[in-house]
Design a protein around this ligand. Structure first.
Ligand code: FO1
Length: 318
């Protein structure tokens, strides 16, 4: 079975680990969000691609969900001693090596998709990891800070400000001009099932869908498209989905996120058992819906979520 998964960072990566346990024989292609990418200290950092690569490759810091295990921060400390920031973004020494290799290869002319493939030869994530695009896309967030309207990088909004102020608008800068990376549209066209993990529907899955051609290819693939709600009990399981959903005028509820994707894209939607009363509204919107436990407490529980998503896909296919 060929499965395509649209993934953000921590939620997407952990879901993929469960999917691998649930469907060990499946051929999985991951289309990774690159809207969170940031240039720091002259290096290109791709947090979501790296989170998927490290999580599936056994190098992730499990407690944080991002960055490397057994990490140290000497380079960051030395940069700070020179007064070179930003200090609010935690790049560790081991992680730096990834960004150095990536930046070096990009400077030599390799596209991000080829660089990602090269990095994955070390990590063997067991999936084909594709960036959504080789073109630069950067998610920016409009906020009001100190009485002034400012547009800041998504990482500044999330990591520096901890999403403590309202997001007035979320803009995937460059998305309109971006092209899907090589292999993305082909993987979608060849898929048997397409899954949206419980990743952020605006700044993760939404950014991938903002690359012209990707949403259309999914809608036209003619295979079941099933998503899992990142909102449980009207709050995000992790992250700031509530803040960025508000910016696009969508309520932070499991039903509202399904309707935001819409029945033109989504065939099936899993909500958590605490949101079982949302099933009727989602089905009334033309999307098959089931309520199952959606907390990724460990890989076993996550594998069960993946099994439920694949079972719902078979149900809508029938
Ligand atoms: N998240 C944080 O909350 N604080 C950090 O300092 C931080 C650094 C960081 C460095 C590399 C990387 O790959 C990810 C990092 N993240 C950090 C996670 C990241 O900001 C977000 O969680 C994702 O971009 C959202 O998917």
């Amino acid at each position: 079975m060929r499965i395509v998964v649209l993934a953000g960072g921590i939620g997407g990566a952990r879901f993929l680990r469960g999917l691998q346990q649930a469907a060990p024989e499946a051929d999985v292609t991951v289309i990774g969000n690159t809207g969170d990418d940031i240039h720091l200290f002259g290096l290109k950092v791709c947090p979501d691609l790296d989170t998927v690569m490290y999580t599936l490759g056994g190098g992730i810091n499990e407690e944080q969900g991002w960055g490397r295990t057994d990490e140290s921060f000497h380079v960051k400390e030395e940069l700070a001693a020179y007064g070179v920031g930003p200090e609010w973004f935690g790049l560790g020494d081991r992680d730096f090596a990834t960004h150095i290799v990536r930046t070096q290869m990009l400077a030599a002319g390799y596209p991000l998709s080829a660089v990602t493939e090269a990095l994955c030869t070390r990590w063997n994530p067991g999936v084909r990891l594709l960036p959504m695009s080789d073109d630069r896309v950067e998610t920016h967030v409009a906020v009001e800070l100190d009485g002034e309207r400012k547009v800041i990088h998504f990482q500044e909004y999330w990591v520096k400000l901890r999403a403590s102020v309202a997001a007035e608008a979320v803009v995937p800068v460059g998305a309109e001009q971006a092209k899907p990376a090589p292999g993305v549209l082909e993987a979608i066209a060849a898929a048997d099932v397409i899954l949206f993990p419980p990743s952020n529907p605006v700044v993760s899955v939404g950014t991938i869908l903002a690359v012209p051609g990707i949403r259309e290819a999914i809608a036209e693939a003619g295979v079941p498209v099933v998503g899992l709600s990142p909102i449980v009990g009207n709050a995000p399981v992790r992250g700031m989905a509530d803040k960025v959903l508000a910016a696009v005028g969508v309520e932070a509820s499991a039903a509202a996120v399904a309707e935001h994707y819409g029945s033109g894209l989504l065939d099936g939607w899993l909500v958590d058992t605490v949101d079982a009363d949302a099933v009727g509204a989602v089905e009334a919107a033309g999307i098959r819906c089931r309520a199952v436990p959606l907390m990724m407490t460990d890989t076993g529980a996550t594998a069960e979520m993946a099994r439920q998503a694949l079972a719902l896909a078979e149900e809508v296919r029938a």
